[in-house]
Design a protein around this ligand. Structure first.
Ligand SMILES: [Zn+2]
Length: 461
């Protein structure tokens, strides 16, 4: 790993130099990081073996202390005396989002270990219309933070650099939404290293104001969502404005296109690294610094990709993502169907044994439904739009199995000829002559979680 030359490790709580008082969090973090550093190189079978040991511990605990699992996982499904195999594991029931909503109280342990306090609470965004609350523990948050550090190490970030984040900020955070500057990167990086400054701004800010804010701060690192990044890239490209210090862009929350990566290289000369995470469970996969595949974070999370019959999906095929956090003993989510779809990848050429995802493709509601009932990902062709007409932003909404509403934000009204060309491109990309209606908007809105969806099927959901 490499930290910038300005960076030096802290071994005391900030501001306390004598006698040294090791930070409690940092003290626990170091041994965890040392273990993660080793574990990533374990062969895949060894990782699975260790995961199963930890899952066995979680499962026996849940069966004894969590009412929901007392009912759902009887001794016919799992008997602690006989250990846990992958075969047994795959027979356990899937936990759906509606199960969490219907059984919120029964999913809480009646006997949370004292050492796992203090508890926290995460409320997921209502972007899917089905918000859920998840209780976290000191242990689950520590591992979440350890993976954050791993991401910094993998991508060789210079902690002395300035970090700017533009992200969804809860409406009740008051003045933070207008932008807030901090002297350091915050937990966990600032507990372990002397870091540069960090600033945060609400995603709800106009793109031109975001650009102004970024230019004033001139950061080394930028963190935001892909759809927002695409709008920023266009703004910087067309305005000729620059971010001369920028070294890397990190994205979270949505799928990243190859095109967006290319544009970031062209406009800012920097790479983009992506993280696959969710508010409910935290980091599921980080981008490999060598191959670009997403590495599943096996030390903290079991991630399964399953076909409709519940069997593991082979590399090259898309399946639904089912996750289990290994360490949350307050509210265990066992085999939680997170409602994303992903394509598993092969073993990575970098040598890490952590399994890979080639791509995360989106949610069920982002799938096109064909008139014969088949579903598929409407992923191709749309990038040609701007070659045809001055389209700033678009969104396709499938209203029925035959009809799709095409929503555009445009620089000027389109001609009939342009609409005809677009119709042909869309029908060709979707693989069916859908009936298309064009609608023009001043702005297309993001979901409350800050995500922007290019394709929404009201039929699939
Ligand atoms: Zn790799």
């Amino acid at each position: 790993m490499s930290q910038g030359k300005e960076t030096k490790a802290l071994d005391s709580l900030e501001g306390i130099h004598w006698p040294r008082l090791p930070g409690v969090g940092a003290q626990m973090m170091r041994p965890v990081l040392a273990q993660l550093k080793q574990a990533q190189w374990l062969p895949p079978e060894a990782l699975v073996e260790r995961q199963l040991q930890q899952l066995q511990s979680l499962l026996s605990y849940a069966q004894a202390n969590v009412p929901y699992y007392q009912r759902k996982i009887g001794s016919d499904l799992f008997d602690p005396l006989f250990g846990l195999t992958l075969e047994n594991w795959r027979k356990l029931p899937i936990l759906r989002r509606s199960d969490i909503q219907d059984n919120a109280a029964d999913l809480l342990s009646r006997n949370i270990p004292a050492s796992h306090y203090p508890l926290g609470e995460t409320q997921t965004s209502g972007s899917t219309g089905q918000p859920v609350k998840v209780t976290s523990t000191s242990a689950s948050r520590l591992f979440w933070s350890a993976v954050t550090m791993r991401d910094h190490y993998w991508h060789r970030r210079d902690f002395s650099g300035k970090l700017c984040s533009i992200r969804a900020i809860p409406a009740d955070s008051g003045s933070v939404a207008k932008g807030q500057d901090s002297p350091n990167w915050g937990w966990p990086a600032a507990q372990l290293y002397k870091t540069g400054a960090a600033s945060i701004l609400s995603l709800g800010t106009d793109v031109s104001a975001q650009a102004e804010w970024l230019a004033e701060r001139n950061p080394e690192y930028l963190l935001t969502y892909p759809a927002n990044l695409a709008a920023l890239e266009e703004h910087f490209r067309s305005s000729g404005r620059e971010l001369p210090n920028l070294k890397e862009i990190r994205t979270v929350g949505e799928m990243v296109s190859k095109e967006l990566r290319r544009k970031c290289r062209e406009t800012w000369g920097v790479p983009l690294s992506d993280v696959y995470s969710s508010q409910e469970v935290g980091y599921m996969a980080l981008q490999c610094p060598e191959s670009g595949l997403l590495h599943v974070q096996s030390e903290t999370m079991m991630v399964e990709v399953l076909d409709e019959a519940g069997k593991p999906t082979p590399p090259g095929e898309v399946g639904r993502v089912v996750v289990t956090g290994l360490h949350n003993f307050a509210m265990p989510l066992i085999r939680y169907e997170i409602r994303d779809y992903a394509e598993p990848g092969e073993l990575c050429s970098c040598g890490r044994g952590l399994p890979t995802l080639r791509r995360v493709v989106g949610r069920l509601r982002n799938m096109l439904v064909l008139p014969n009932g088949d579903k598929r990902w409407p992923l191709t062709g749309f990038h040609d739009f701007r070659d045809i007409a001055p389209i700033r932003q678009y969104q396709l909404v499938q209203k029925s199995v035959e009809r799709i509403e095409v929503r555009y934000v445009v620089d000027r009204p389109l001609t009939a000829e342009e609409e005809e060309k677009l119709r042909a491109v869309i029908q060709n990309a979707l693989g069916h002559p859908f009936e298309l209606s064009f609608q023009y908007f001043d702005e297309l809105t993001k979901t409350s979680g800050g995500k922007f969806e290019e394709f929404i099927s009201e039929v699939a959901a």
